[in-house]
Design a binder for this molecule. Sequence first.
Ligand SMILES: [Zn+2]
Length: 276
Amino acid sequence: MCDLCRASSDTSDHLFLLCPFDVDLWHWIGSIFHIQIDTSSLAAILSMCSLQWSPQIKSVLASGIVHTANTVWHCRNFCRFQYTWTTMAKAKARIKMGISMSGNLSKLCANCSHHDFTILRNLNVSPHYNSAPVITEVLWYTPLPGWNKINSDGAAHDAPSHARGGAIFRDSPSDFLGCFASYLNIKDSLYAELRDAILAIEISHNRGWNKVWLECDSMNVVDIFKDYASKLMQSDAPNLAPDAPDLTPNMLGQMHQTWADASDLLGQMHQTEQPW
Ligand SMILES: [Zn+2]
């Protein structure tokens, strides 16, 4: 005989799903989360945790389900072995205390919504919010008429580790010309930055784009290109402004050849990149 209702046999289904005592508790938990909990089976109850909610709310709901089942079992045993009836208010207080203790140990984050805030406050759980994103203004300048612009980038997960990179090409009206992405195997970030800048120059040369502006976020790559361009200007094109090296067909051809040699020294190129 069920010790909680004295009206039915003491089966697991009755004790945790059907007994009026815990049906009231499930309804109460559902009202806190503004949902109707399906108590037809334990799987149906746990399926409530898969709703499109924030990670912290899902975690707190899972904690609520566990503590509710635990409290039902506790009340049943308390009644059976100590002959003491636990009131509904005490059972709810016990569940709330358990949810609060479990919820405050979690590092999962809630949404910045009134829905999440009211649920967590009701259960004495401190809301955790994601840090505000850092918004950085980035200006992209169009190249001069007749020029094309390359934006290249490369990165490695560690030094060295899996490295990737790529570049995007646009003309002076900012129209998209093409792009590529490459996997570079286990390399460091400087290799990735330099390797894709070299490949971008090669592609520009092969397509006859003789006036290109290469932009990347690696000062090492910029210094390498500037140093080489200044040497070329001293020997072949002394009239060019040093701050804005114009890669003439002759210079571009020489740079292409030199960087092709350099890329051989840097290592064998991976074959996964697919420009255009
Ligand atoms: Zn019962």
